[in-house]
Design a protein around this ligand. Structure first.
Ligand code: F6R
Ligand code: MG
Ligand code: MG
Length: 370
């Protein structure tokens, strides 16, 4: 049987009323472009948005990193950018760092996550999209869902998961090529934790089942400011995860998201804020945030997608959202001070750096010893 590939590619190409959410016209333009140009490349696709980012989720048989698939998505975003310019949307084309396609969409701005596998008889998977944060935002939820029986009871209850999982972790500070370490849980889970504690530098790129060797998770690892060398927006990350059977159950993958860890992003990509689980097609609001994550759950069969079900659209998550709002207000109370704002190296605007340069010359060194 032919393998199925799921590719999700997302970009911020313009939004209404600031960096809030894309317009219907922009979404329709992207969708129609794919419909009209997909020929026999795609089996199926879905368009959605989370905050100001549009995601194209697609299925096909062409494997990961296929240049024709990536090119189709890039051209759809170009078409969307044209629509955004026509409407005068804010930040039109923001994430497209190049204006023509050159083989692989990675490094061109949009975020990409892909999985290729032989379909099981029943093939459920989940698609996460986050806005106003960066790829390290998934580090803690993934660590807990794949190594900790407090969230993933299957690690002790299911023989299919008793061997644990392999984490491939990328050092995103290295920009010449992909620099990746593979570590096995449970034996090396302290090493995994030691890296994942620093989500701005070390990011889970993929996770594999050690029972079957199959890939469970793929995360987009783009760091826009590393590619562009300057502020171009946060690298709002997408993630695909296969669930059930050899993998954690959907509810086990969702479990750690109730913690709503403080992540980098929020206003001007320069603050810490709690990661709020929201319904898909939700905008951002308070302080351009808070950082949000949505989760669409699907089944795929012969490459055909079901309709999505919204994993965070449930009374349980309404309760969590109330608590996360309180966390957001608490950290916002301290404004620019200390942990509320990101360290120097992570600020996405140059204002403070410029100020510091000016102020540096006004420091005087007191020579008390004389
Ligand atoms: C963060 C983000 C927004 C903008 C902010 C200012 O990723 O997109 O918080 O940084 O709205 O936007 P500009 O600088 O475009 O006025
Ligand atoms: Mg934006
Ligand atoms: Mg965004």
């Amino acid at each position: 049987m032919k393998k199925t590939t799921i590719s999700v590619i997302k970009a911020d190409i313009g939004s209404i009323g600031g960096h809030i959410c894309p317009s219907r016209y922009l979404l329709d333009n992207v969708e129609n472009y794919i419909k009209e140009n997909k020929k026999d490349l795609l089996i199926d696709f879905r368009i959605s948005y989370t905050g100001d980012d549009i995601a194209i989720l697609s299925t096909h048989n062409r494997g990961k990193d296929d240049s024709e698939i990536h090119s189709l998505m890039f051209e759809a975003f170009m078409k969307g950018t044209k629509a955004a310019r026509e409407q005068g949307l804010y930040g039109a084309g923001q994430d497209l760092l190049k204006d023509s396609f050159s083989g692989n969409i990675k490094g061109m701005g949009p975020a990409v996550a892909e999985l290729e596998f032989e379909e099981r008889k029943n093939e459920p998977f989940v698609f996460f999209a986050a806005d106003k944060t960066d790829p390290g935002a998934y580090n803690l939820p993934l660590y807990l869902a794949f190594t900790d029986p407090m969230h993933c009871s299957g690690l002790i209850l299911s023989p299919k998961m008793s061997k644990g999982f392999r984490f491939d972790i990328m050092d995103v500070s290295y920009t010449d090529a992909d620099k990746i370490i593979s570590l096995n849980s449970p034996e090396e889970s302290y090493d995994i934790a030691a890296l994942l504690r620093d989500p701005e530098r070390f990011v889970v790129e993929s996770i594999y089942s050690r029972s079957s060797g199959e890939q469970a998770v793929s995360v987009s690892t783009t760091r826009l400011h590393n590619i562009a060398g300057k502020y171009t927006g946060k690298d709002d990350p997408v993630m695909l995860a296969r669930v059930q059977g050899n993998f954690p159950a959907t509810g086990e993958i969702l479990s750690p998201f109730h913690i709503a860890p403080y992540v980098a992003g929020f206003m001007r990509g320069s603050h810490n804020g709690p990661l709020m689980p929201v319904r898909f097609n939700t905008s951002v609001s308070f302080f351009d945030g808070p950082p949000v994550v949505s989760c669409a759950a699907y089944c795929v069969h012969g490459g055909r997608l079901t309709e999505p079900t919204d994993a965070f659209d449930h009374p349980f998550w309404d309760h969590v959202r109330g608590k996360v709002s309180e966390k957001a207000i608490e950290i916002r109370k301290q404004g620019f001070f200390g942990n509320a704002m990101l360290p120097y190296s992570e600020l996405e605007y140059g204002g403070i750096v410029d100020k510091m340069e000016k102020l540096e010359s006004r420091f005087k060194i007191k020579d008390d010893k004389k």
